[in-house]
Design a protein around this ligand. Structure first.
Ligand code: CMC
Length: 427
């Protein structure tokens, strides 16, 4: 048992229990603090705040460790499949062969979307960003699947979870097809989760589509790498939205909206755009200088992380996957050399060393996704597709957490104190 933490305020002392997890830093339980002291804590960006207890994902940012339910991300990326990881995150244990088969079949059976949803797509401009479409269409799912929006019914929660995981590739592929003016493809239940997604995205009804097994494997691995990441901004958004009792489709739409930002999931798109802008390795020093310049808002996209102060373990796998995809597709993108050189120069630069800024998952993902054939605007959509598993698992964990309350942070008010209203004619 760790000794309680003592807070002294206005000459009075208060003791707060210290809670320990299975690994990771202890937390000070300050739930009673406001009631006892009439003071709040101040922590913009939640840099020192644990918002919940969770059994799903553990990150040691200093060591560059990422575990899902105790399994290292490198092992999962190497040896498992996205469906297996989805099962693991949702259920807590790796599935047996039979459990995996049943789970995959269940997900496959939910891949079709309501036919009316195709009409919904047609309301968007063709040049709409696919993330804008994702926010709208996923939010609209609650209008199509009323029978799985009662969050108090465990069976409905399971169906909604399966539906979200299953339909996300279909919706993502539809968003792509819509932007290029090609017909939507229905899912093919004979294919794997990832193979099906590739076919719905890159296939056309006019001819058969052969899934390239190497690309399928790489894509599946990319999905694994993005499946969950503890209480990041979009996951916290999903939990916060869900804390009010909102239905899961609405909560996941909120997560998608948050993920879109360039500081979060939008960074993969921004990172590739940055590499394209840099163009050749000779121009790297100019961009490194800009990233270090306090008067320039430019940042090296795909670099730095709130939690990792070491190499992001997902970036290690991602870098390796670039070569595998290049070999499989017999392509070579000079931007990969630019990325490798940029990483090398940044990791030897005092600014990046002192601030512990390392490549994150988004640094190399753009190079791979572009080689597979995705336009940059689809990158964050792929992130959303994979992260839906994490969002859904975290949402389920929150709903069943006895400590769960509506999320309601407080503030340090710095506006005017009460003043008299002056009618408009007298101002
Ligand atoms: N390039 C240059 N300087 C940077 C960078 C960067 N990419 N990232 C952080 N810094 C500097 C920052 O200017 C600050 O300097 P100072 O202490 O002198 O003010 C210091 O490092 C700490 O940065 P911060 O913004 O206070 O750190 P944070 O934890 O709030 O932000 C971050 C983390 C990921 C938003 C930030 O590193 C960033 O903007 N990176 C680029 C965007 C990116 O790649 N995002 C993807 C994150 S991983 C995928 C995901 O989770 O979605």
């Amino acid at each position: 048992m760790t000794d309680p933490a003592t807070l002294t305020l206005d000459g009075k002392s208060y003791d707060y229990p210290v809670m320990s997890g299975t690994i990771g830093p202890d937390v000070v339980d300050i739930r009673k603090m406001y009631g006892q002291t009439d003071a709040f804590t101040y922590d913009p960006g939640f840099t020192s705040t644990a918002s919940c207890q969770s059994k799903l994902t553990y990150i040691d940012g200093d060591q560059g460790v990422l575990l899902h339910r105790g399994y290292a991300i490198g092992d999962l990326a190497e040896q498992s499949s996205f469906m297996e990881v989805a099962y693991l995150l949702l259920n807590g244990e790796l599935p047996s062969q039979g459990e995996l088969k049943t789970f995959s079949t269940t997900i496959t059976r939910h891949t079709m979307v309501h036919e009316q949803l195709a009409t919904f797509f047609r309301g968007f401009r063709r040049d709409a960003h696919p993330m804008a479409i994702m926010c709208g269409v996923v939010g609209a799912l609650s209008a199509f699947y009323h029978d799985s929006t009662d969050i108090h019914d465990p069976a409905q929660r399971v169906i909604a979870s399966h539906r979200l995981i299953a339909k996300m590739p279909t919706i993502a592929a539809m968003a792509y097809k819509y932007s290029v003016g090609q017909p939507f493809l229905y899912p093919d239940n004979s294919l794997s989760y990832t193979g099906n997604f590739l076919r719905m995205t890159f296939g056309v009804p006019a001819e058969p589509y052969e899934v390239n097994p190497a690309v399928e494997k790489a894509m599946d691995r990319i999905f694994i790498l993005h499946a969950d990441h503890e209480q990041n901004a979009s996951t916290s958004t999903v939990r916060l939205a869900g804390s009010s009792g909102a239905n899961p489709f609405a909560c996941i739409a909120a997560g998608i909206a948050c993920l879109w930002g360039p500081a979060h999931g939008g960074a993969n798109e921004a990172a590739l755009n940055m590499l394209r802008e840099i163009g050749t390795p000779e121009r790297i020093p100019e961009y490194i200088a800009r990233a270090k310049d306090k008067n320039d808002p430019f940042r090296l996209m795909g670099f730095g992380h709130r939690v990792y102060k070491n190499y992001d373990p997902r970036a290690t796998v991602m870098q390796k996957t670039v070569r595998e995809v290049f070999d499989a597709l017999k392509v070579n993108d000079p931007l990969f050399d630019t990325a490798l050189r940029l990483e090398e120069l940044a990791l030897n630069d005092d600014y990046f060393v002192e601030k512990k800024l390392f490549p994150n998952v988004d640094f190399y993902s753009g190079v791979i996704l572009s080689a597979i054939g995705f336009p940059t605007s689809m990158f964050t959509v792929l992130f959303a597709l994979a992260r839906t598993v994490g969002w859904v698992a975290q949402w389920n964990e929150m709903i069943t957490d006895p400590d769960q309350k509506i999320g309601r942070p407080r503030q340090l008010y710095t506006g005017p104190t009460q003043r008299d209203y002056v009618p408009v004619g007298q101002r």
